[in-house]
Design a protein around this ligand. Structure first.
Ligand code: SAH
Ligand code: SF4
Ligand code: F3S
Length: 481
């Protein structure tokens, strides 16, 4: 059955929010001084994209962005709940922000994002952080203008968390993107996978896909505005379209977006192995704009642990998926996420993980020590390994990957790669390399050459490599589709 609009917030409700933006903007215009906002973002790319939407609303309300929080009239802290460490860091910062209120009565402090979506956290904020003015969950973000206006008009502290537990999609609200030529483009929200260690499905709600025409329209705008490096975002992009019932999957969407003309690259993340397919790899290989870059988290190389994680694939299935991807794209740049120390992980299980790392030959790994998240099934699972054992496995994993990385980086020596210049290098490296950029596969390159500008596509000959970056000389300009 076609289900085109039921998950979209009605246009009229969006129009109300735009009206609230207008009202705050009129208030701010009457004030004698410029009003400022400061945002701090924890967590993943989804949160960064959310902050850009919140920043867009604030900009249209007449606030200007500052990186100096002491100057701000509105502070927004966008939080992450994925590991305990992330939550501790947020609370570590809050004291600093709320302290400012000693001398600044007018300051409005907001907390939003995944962490505040949990009840025990909102309780803690209510009790222990009385100077936080507005707390809004991930499903309530689109109502931020209304919440801010209420607070500015003298309402009590605001806690708006629950919303539609299935989550809804808001189209037509403003965005303020970061500087440079990179842009995030959300294609879907939420997650249905319920990996047993993970809090994300609880705090982000069920999977919901944006309509393909809305995504395509946003991509066309981005290309027109000059963005050249565009990352499609979703917790599991390979599930795209399942909820739309229009017979379109992620590969179909990718092919449709790839047809948008222009000089740009398309990347995407994250892909879940259980839904990745040869069709996807073929689409990537045949595309004009699609980067040969794949982030395909495997989490563990033990079938027993994968089962207990509820990941829905085996080590063997994962490895054959990788082999297929590399057959379609011999130049593929590959990365993955791994959890070390999942409850019940034995040394033998860990050896399975090392085995996948060695066979996979990744360009980059994101490795995490398991962190217990209350409310998830894994939090109740028995765990015999000590923290020392887990840390020791973690260190061995890093050492194994470092060796692989070095070999992979060295293999680029003397090769010619297409690089998109996306900034100035920070100057700590050899001064000859004035600019930095990314290859088609997303590798960091420090570039030397004449007349280089952010947004240029250049062909670079690699003259030097390190674990962190490639170094090279620009030999000509030009975009290759
Ligand atoms: N949706 C993405 C990843 C989201 S979270 C995916 O499934 O690939 C990013 C990474 O954080 C995960 O891939 C996982 O490796 C890690 N992670 C999630 N929950 C964790 C936990 N409780 N402890 C440690 N790492 C965790
Ligand atoms: Fe978490 Fe698994 Fe969903 Fe990724 S796929 S967000 S790890 S539940
Ligand atoms: Fe964190 Fe939420 Fe992302 S929990 S990792 S910010 S989806």
């Amino acid at each position: 059955m076609k289900n085109t609009t039921s998950r979209q917030i009605p246009k009229q409700q969006i129009a109300h929010q735009l009206e609230y933006i207008e009202q705050v903007s009129r208030r701010n215009a009457l004030l004698p001084e410029q009003q400022w906002f400061f945002c701090q973002t924890f967590g993943c790319q989804q949160n960064e994209a959310d902050t850009e939407r919140i920043a867009g609303m604030l900009r249209d309300m007449g606030y200007q962005r500052t990186e100096d929080y002491t100057k701000a009239n509105v502070i927004v802290v966008n939080t992450c709940a994925v590991r305990e460490h992330a939550e501790k860091r947020v609370f570590g910062m809050m004291g600093k922000y709320t302290h400012l209120k000693d001398s600044r009565d007018d300051l409005v402090i907001c907390m939003c994002g995944c962490m505040v979506q949990q009840e025990h956290i909102t309780e803690k904020i209510k009790k222990s952080y009385p100077r936080v003015d507005i707390v809004f969950g991930t499903h309530m973000q689109w109502r931020f203008p209304e919440l801010l206006l209420h607070r500015l008009s003298g309402s009590k502290r605001i806690f708006e968390i629950s919303g539609d537990s299935k989550g809804e999609i808001a189209e037509g609200l403003p965005v303020q993107r970061g500087e440079g030529c990179h842009a995030w483009l959300s294609i879907m929200y939420g997650c249905n996978n319920f990996c047993t260690y993970c809090i994300v499905p609880y705090v982000r709600g069920r999977e919901r896909s944006r309509q393909p025409e809305d995504i395509e329209a946003e991509l066309r705008c981005l290309v027109e505005e000059g963005y050249k490096d565009i990352t499609l975002l979703g917790q599991n992009v390979n599930s795209y379209g399942k909820d739309l019932g229009i017979g379109m999957d992620f590969s179909d969407l990718l092919a449709r977006l790839d047809a948008v003309p222009g000089e740009y690259r398309l990347r995407f993340m994250t892909s879940h192995p259980k839904d990745a397919s040869e069709k996807l790899f073929r689409t990537m290989a045949e595309g004009t704009h699609i980067s040969h870059q794949l982030h395909l988290p495997f989490q563990s190389g033990s079938n027993e642990i994968l089962k207990r994680m509820n990941r829905g694939y085996t080590k063997e299935a994962y490895l054959s998926l990788l082999a297929a991807a590399k057959t379609y794209m011999p130049d593929l740049v590959l990365s993955s996420d791994i959890i070390v120390g999942f409850p019940g992980e034995t040394e033998e299980d860990f050896q399975g993980t090392l085995d996948v790392v060695r066979q996979g030959q990744y360009d980059q790994l994101f490795t995490f020590l398991y962190s217990k998240r209350s409310g998830t099934p894994a939090a109740e699972m028995p765990d015999a390994a000590t923290q020392e054992e887990k840390q020791d496995r973690f260190n061995r994993l890093l050492a194994a990957q470092e060796e692989i990385n070095q070999v992979r980086q060295d293999a680029y020596q003397d090769r010619e790669l297409s690089v998109l210049i996306d900034g100035l290098s920070n100057g700590k490296d050899d001064s000859e390399f004035t600019h930095c950029g990314r290859t088609d596969g997303g590798l960091l390159v420090l570039v030397s050459g004449e007349d280089l500008h952010v947004g240029d596509f250049v062909d670079v000959v690699i003259t030097k490599t390190s674990l962190r970056a490639l170094y090279g000389r620009a030999v000509r300009k030009g975009y290759h589709g």
